[in-house]
Ligand binder design. Structure first.
Ligand SMILES: NC(=O)c1ccc[n+]([C@@H]2O[C@H](COP(=O)([O-])OP(=O)(O)OC[C@H]3O[C@@H](n4cnc5c(N)ncnc54)[C@H](OP(=O)(O)O)[C@@H]3O)[C@@H](O)[C@H]2O)c1
Length: 254
């Protein structure tokens, strides 16, 4: 087995929502195996911090501020990345957010916001990025799903609906682009300690529920996302497309 299989030397990766959380961890992981990185988000200060972290690893990085839910904003962001790096070899659709209330109380504007960020944005970004991958005959799209695309939990109406949609979106994209050399897969994580889930992390009952449900008895550590991101982004996974890798300490094995 060659380490070239797990190398992204001279590749360019674009990661939405890489200004913090799992996206930041994924960006650092891909930089560690040689990729230059387009760091994306809405907060310039957070983006600048991650750019410096990647540069400290010896890779090139640049920050791009745009809103993934707005088509024009996405186009401008992707155009700016193309102008800076010349191409995008790997796209990680990762930006996400949540709103947790029971179905009967779920506000329509929150439904629209969660679906726009966690589902619609993935196709808007892919539409803007993938044509240049098809032209070159090679590319990797990774869509960040969730364990909630595979199981249900109370108070997760829009989020679980969006993440279930991501699973299906991945399959459709994979089928359409398989002959063009563009592979599309989903990563579906359990709970990892990031800003998005800090409310649940601070709720002793919810925290314990998640630990109890997980055969390995704990939440994911941020660095535990790295292996699967590297695998799906590198040539090591070139014959894998349309799949979902669940990273959940065994939760869905029950
Ligand atoms: N943490 C978990 O337990 C967990 C579990 C399963 C799946 N996931 C998934 O992993 C992904 C990352 O989650 P996380 O926990 O790392 O969240 P996080 O720490 O809150 O980070 C979210 C990222 O998305 C960006 N973002 C949000 N809305 C955006 C928008 N409209 N336009 C552009 N960027 C936007 C944020 O940028 P700004 O801060 O600049 O807005 C930030 O960089 C999400 O898709 C989430 O569903 C997380």
């Amino acid at each position: 087995m060659s380490f070239e299989l797990f190398s992204l030397k001279e590749k360019i990766s674009m990661i939405t929502g890489s200004s913090k959380g799992l996206g930041r961890s994924a960006a650092l992981a891909l930089a560690k195996v040689g990729s230059d990185i387009a760091v994306c988000g809405r907060n310039q200060t957070d983006i600048d911090t991650v750019v410096l972290e990647i540069e400290a690893l010896g890779r090139n990085a640049s920050g791009f501020v745009f809103d993934v839910t707005q088509k024009e904003s996405v186009r401008q962001g992707v155009d700016a990345i193309m102008a800076h790096f010349g191409r995008i070899d790997i796209l990680l659709n990762n930006a996400g957010t949540n709103h947790r209330v029971p179905v009967l109380e779920y506000p329509e504007e929150q439904w629209d916001r969660i679906i726009a960020t966690n589902l619609k944005a993935y196709y808007l970004v892919a539409q803007a990025v993938v044509p240049q991958m098809i032209t070159r005959g090679y590319g990797k799209v990774i869509n960040m799903g969730s364990i909630l695309g595979h199981i249900g939990l109370p108070n997760q109406l829009a989020y679980a609906s969006a993440k279930g949609g991501v699973e299906q979106m991945t399959k459709v994209m994979a089928l359409e682009w398989a002959k063009s050399g563009v592979r599309v897969n989903t990563i579906a994580p359990t709970y990892f300690e990031t800003d998005m889930v800090s409310q649940i992390r601070n709720d002793k009952e919810r925290f314990a529920f998640i630990n109890d449900r997980t055969p390995m008895g704990r939440w994911g550590q941020l660095e535990e996302i790295e292996g699967v991101v590297i695998f799906l982004a590198t040539p090591a996974s070139d014959f894998i497309t349309g799949q979902s890798v669940i990273i959940d300490g065994g939760w869905t094995a029950w």
